[in-house]
Design a protein around this ligand. Structure first.
Ligand code: SF4
Ligand code: SF4
Length: 368
């Protein structure tokens, strides 16, 4: 299972840790074992038979947010998350996964989502019946975190569609609400595939899917085809869908957004999907004040700590990573954080309850 990553594992083991400073987990823990070099070296030693493949090594591969920031500092452009995820799948097969992963799988199975709640009921109580249409060709897929934590952002999304005269987008009916990323993050590949197959049946009629969450967009675009599950290839994150419409002047902007905002690039929207300009263009259309940038921005954006299953397996670590990211946002003049991912929002709000954190959609709605 890990043989196909021989090159990656070997390169890291003999590397002078060029990406050491970029790893949010290594930085937050101050522990070399939890850097790309540390985790890969452990896998190398296992491969050489120098140490056993046991729970300790398995636990280390679960300590990666999958943020992909290390790739940006690697001369070989190595991608560490696929190695970590393959090692997690091996841990599951060998029953070496951490107890938190075992419990998560059971929890997910109860409602077929990571929230442990009936998300279909939540969505139906939130939106009018007219916004659901099983035959729609363009579907808005909010994602579990958005449905559970940010229902107002979903309402705001449909308010924007209305203001833009977009009447052809229906809301996805959430009885298979999850894209499956949390299962995959915890090493449950078979369960991910089963979820993907159910999801593809639900989306069989869709010619395009617009996602509220970058991880969902990445999953539908690449991970489902990766396990042989067919789905439309027209998958967009909401900012990609909205940006051209707003640029054409279709959004009736009545008042500019008055507060200072700092934009956080979500890892999956930026490094994974390559979407950097559209969120900024949307915000620049409506903000009175110039948008503030983190010094680590775009492809170098620092992780919020909300990915890779870390909030489940190690919530204290997740909060520490988010707090490190927010240090800069809290410096100097007061500003709110704006982003385009519900998992980033949740991670930031858990780290600093006093901070205002917004989705781009919430900013746009306040201007119409
Ligand atoms: S990811 Fe690249 S820079 Fe980082 S330890 Fe591995 S080889 Fe070195
Ligand atoms: S993907 Fe992110 S968390 Fe994982 S090893 Fe690389 S920098 Fe660290």
């Amino acid at each position: 299972m890990l043989k196909k990553f021989h090159r990656e594992i070997e390169y890291c083991t003999y590397c002078p840790k060029l990406c050491r400073f970029s790893c949010p987990v290594g930085n937050a823990t101050g522990n070399e074992t939890y850097t790309p070099w540390g985790r890969q070296s452990l896998l190398h030693l296992v491969g050489e038979g120098a140490i056993p493949w046991g729970r300790e090594v398995a636990a280390s591969v679960y300590r990666c947010t999958t943020c992909m920031l290390c790739r940006e500092y690697c001369d070989h452009e190595l991608e560490i998350p696929p190695v970590m995820l393959a090692a997690r799948a091996k841990a599951v097969k060998d029953k070496m996964q951490p107890q938190e992963a075992v419990e998560f799988k059971g929890f997910f199975a109860e409602q077929h989502n990571p929230m442990g709640d009936d998300l279909s009921a939540r969505l139906h109580s939130l939106l009018p019946k007219s916004l659901f249409n099983p035959d729609a060709q363009v579907v808005y897929f909010p994602g579990c975190v958005m449905i559970y934590n940010y229902p107002q952002t979903i309402k705001n999304t449909f308010r924007l569609f209305e203001a833009l005269d977009v009447n052809y987008v229906a809301c996805y009916d959430a009885d298979v609400p999850c894209c499956g990323v949390p299962l995959h993050d915890h090493g449950y590949e078979d369960e991910f595939k089963a979820n993907a197959e159910k999801l593809s049946q639900k989306l069989a009629k869709a010619k395009a899917v617009v996602c509220g969450c970058p991880s969902c967009a990445w999953a539908l675009k690449t991970m489902l085809p990766g396990v042989g599950v067919k789905i439309t290839d027209r998958i967009y994150h909401l900012t990609e869908f909205l940006a051209p419409l707003v640029a054409e002047g279709k959004l009736p902007i009545r008042r500019p957004y008055p507060k200072r905002l700092i934009y956080h690039d979500p890892c999956y929207l930026g490094r994974y999907l390559g979407v950097y300009d559209q969120p900024r263009n949307l915000l620049n259309e409506v903000c009175r004040e110039p948008l503030v940038e983190f010094s680590w921005n775009r492809n170098k954006s620092y992780c919020c700590g909300g990915g890779g299953g870390i909030p489940v397996s190690n919530p204290v670590l997740a909060r520490e990573i988010a707090a490190q990211r927010l240090t800069e946002a809290n410096e100097g003049e007061k500003k709110s954080v704006v982003t385009a991912c519900p998992s980033c929002m949740r991670a930031f709000q858990k780290a600093d309850e006093s901070l205002e954190v917004l989705d781009i959609v919430d900013v746009l709605v306040r201007c119409i």
